[in-house]
Design a protein around this ligand. Sequence first.
Ligand code: HEM
Length: 243
Amino acid sequence: MKKTIDKIPARLDFLQSVTGLILAVFIMGHILFEASILISNEMMYKVTLMFEGYYFFGERYPGIISFLAAAIFVIFILHAGIAMRKFPASYKQYKIMKEHSTRMKHEDTSLWMIQVITGFMMFFIGSVHLYIMMTQPENIGPFASSSRVVDEFMGPLYFMLLLAVVSHAFIGLYRLALKWGFMEGKNTERSRKIFKLLMKTMIAVYIIIGLASLAKYTYIGITHDFSDGVKYQSQTIKFEEHK
Ligand code: HEM
């Protein structure tokens, strides 16, 4: 009798890797674009206009941002949904994993646990942020974003999301590189060490950039007088209404 091999687990694994890779690349770009606020308000405004298609169509279409956020949301849900099957299913399973990781000082098992915890956090805080971006794409800009961070109390949520997403993304990329054989070769031990150092450096660099941006949005949110509205007035590009 012909044996049938169940290909579904391998396909799910592949889909999880691909969606993870897309999200990691997205977040690396996201944090840098959003750090444009560190250069100037005008620069962040121009980046926003770019994503609204202004430099391509000559007009602003915030709907493009909604579409992008919806697409990312779908990939995010898919990635989280597939990952759920790897969560420890009971407290007993969790205890075994935890003991294994502390007793063996097995760093890769600890990394896996960080992925589970940060992934779980993002289920909630990532969804809140994505939903707001999808439904209020016209409220993005140096002043509108700063007002959201301070007046709408998104600051603490962004702080937690930043720590979770940056760790999750780079640990995820490290595990992908391991899985796809980038660390094989003459000296596996050495290349593992190099990749691990790269992972930790990237986590530190991105967290520093993210924290600096968050500090700047908070500073603008606290010091700027929003009494005439939260829309930014560009010095160089004139519209009837600015954000
Ligand atoms: C297309 C989808 C997305 C858009 C348009 C978007 C846009 C933005 C914008 C404009 C800000 C600045 C603050 C604000 O305006 O409220 C921000 C902050 C942030 N976003 Fe997103 N975002 C998206 C998806 C995501 C995803 C999927 C994650 C992670 C799961 C994420 C994580 C963050 C974090 C951590 C911050 C604060 C960053 C910092 O501390 O510098 N974003 N996002």
